[in-house]
Ligand binder design. Structure first.
Ligand code: HEM
Length: 434
């Protein structure tokens, strides 16, 4: 999705805007649209040609209100526009598709595995992944950073889940196919629905095998899910499979775009890149700004289970309500100069990881990995240069850059760690580029 620097005044006809259409995010630009919605139509209804409809909320305060309150807005009927009006087979079985207290009973024990302190020991492993990922820069040739970033999370999410390395490229591809089934890279002629079903089918069958094969004996996240106490009982196989699927997608379809969009913003704002020294507190702020800027998870949906009022607009029980995170992250009432990419922005109350009971369980892992990555980038790379056109993913869910060819001028002495990373490890999986 294009990430633009909106300047006043904006002229958009909301009557013809289609926020559902995946292609709008490959070629269009939702930022001016969201600005008009925040200013003039904070709760905006869109009706599809088949009669299904949803309400869009775009203000930061309304997005928080929807995400935090499961007593008014449930997650059990589907949380993505791709299944608008349908039923969610994962309801009550997968964290993201459950409400408390079922959600709390599953989530509390899992939090132990995903806490900062539990993940601290993975830092050396993630650093070696960072070096392998950046290694192609040493050649000085153009490198598609976005396509390569697709494989970055798999190298530690796969390790955390104990998944065999030879499966990682396939899992990388299936994850993006499940999250962005309408993108041309997955064969537009088959159609998005077909792609979605076939990715789901393969991933569920894959995880069912993983759980069945060794299940409880495993010394990894799958083993943990098999053994854990979820409110006085063990999880069933289907619940473990759904949660593995959700964790794989959670990592694979979001982090690559946080990386690509941040590098793109740093290229577009060289003055901001020049402000970075690699000092850790400063890198952490820059990563948060990159997360706000990228907002890789573009929306999450809920259904109203009681009548509600948002920004003075009544919402009826049963309505689908879509919270646009990318819009909330540009709300001028919360972020000063919201269209400025400011690597030292503080405070930065972005909603990139959501809010409330479903706040991203992988946020500590994502932050550890992104801080290590951008810390290293600043140490090794003097500047990035564009080396080809930027292409965006066709998806209303993932705000994605699918192709970002770059070259880099390395700092003195930077090639050594990168060249030895290639010698030490294999290649990371990447996405095919269509
Ligand atoms: C930049 C990276 C990431 C972004 C932007 C992101 C974004 C989000 C958001 C917005 C939610 C809230 C969903 C909702 O309210 O319905 C969420 C939930 C979730 N994320 Fe992430 N995520 C990221 C990384 C990860 C990673 C690395 C993992 C797993 C290792 C992960 C696994 C999950 C899971 C399982 C949930 C559901 C939590 C629940 O319902 O309690 N995410 N993520």
């Amino acid at each position: 999705m294009k990430i633009s620097y909106v300047t006043d005044p904006v002229d958009v006809d909301l009557g013809v805007i289609d926020l559902f259409d995946p292609d709008f995010y490959a070629h269009g630009d939702p930022h001016p649209v969201w600005k008009v919605m925040r200013d003039k139509a904070p709760v905006h209804r869109q009706t599809l040609t088949d009669g299904r409809s949803f309400l869009s909320v775009t203000r930061h305060a309304d997005v928080l209100a929807v995400l935090k309150d499961h007593t008014r807005f449930t997650s059990r009927r589907g949380t993505l526009l791709s299944i608008l009006g349908g039923t969610d087979p994962a309801a009550g079985k997968m964290l993201a598709a459950s409400d408390p207290p079922v959600h709390t009973a599953m989530r509390e024990p899992m939090m132990k595995v995903f806490s900062f302190s539990a993940l601290k020991s993975t830092q050396p492993q993630i650093l070696s992944v960072v070096h392998r990922f950046l290694a192609p820069l040493a050649s000085g040739k153009p490198w598609d950073l976005a396509a390569a970033a697709a494989g970055f999370p798999m190298a530690f999410a796969g390790a955390l889940m104990g998944l065999p390395e030879e499966d990682w490229p396939r899992l990388t591809r299936l994850s993006t196919m499940a999250a962005a089934p309408d993108d041309s890279v997955f064969g537009a002629e088959e159609g998005g629905h077909h792609n979605l079903l076939s990715a789901h089918h393969e991933l569920f069958a894959y995880f069912a095998d993983q759980v069945r094969d060794r299940g409880v004996e495993r010394d990894d996240l799958i083993g943990f899910l098999t053994r854990m106490d979820a409110g006085g009982r063990r999880l069933r196989t289907d619940e473990i499979v759904y949660n593995c699927y959700s964790m794989l997608l959670g990592a694979n379809v979001t982090m690559p775009h946080a990386i690509a969009a941040t590098v793109l913003a740093l290229m577009e704002n060289p003055g901001e890149y020049a402000r970075l020294t690699g000092e850790s507190a400063q890198t952490a702020l820059a990563v948060e700004e990159g997360l706000r800027w990228a907002s890789p998870a573009n929306h999450f949906m809920r259904y109203a289970v009681r009548d509600a009022v948002l920004s003075g607009v009544p919402i009826k029980t049963g309505e689908a309500v879509v919270a646009w995170l990318g819009s909330a992250n540009r709300d001028g009432s919360v972020f000063a100069d919201p269209y400025r990419f400011d690597v030292q922005r503080h405070p930065n109350r972005h909603v990139t990881f959501g809010f409330g009971p479903h706040y991203c369980i992988g946020a500590p892992l994502a932050r550890i990995a992104l801080r290590l990555l951008f810390g290293e980038i600043v140490q090794l790379v003097a500047s990035f240069e564009p080396a080809g056109p930027v292409r965006h993913l066709a998806s209303n869910f993932v705000s994605g850059v699918k192709s970002l060819p770059v070259t880099a001028a390395l700092r003195d002495g930077a090639s050594a760690p990168l060249t030895s990373a290639v010698a030490d490890g294999g290649r990371l999986p990447s996405l095919p580029t269509a």
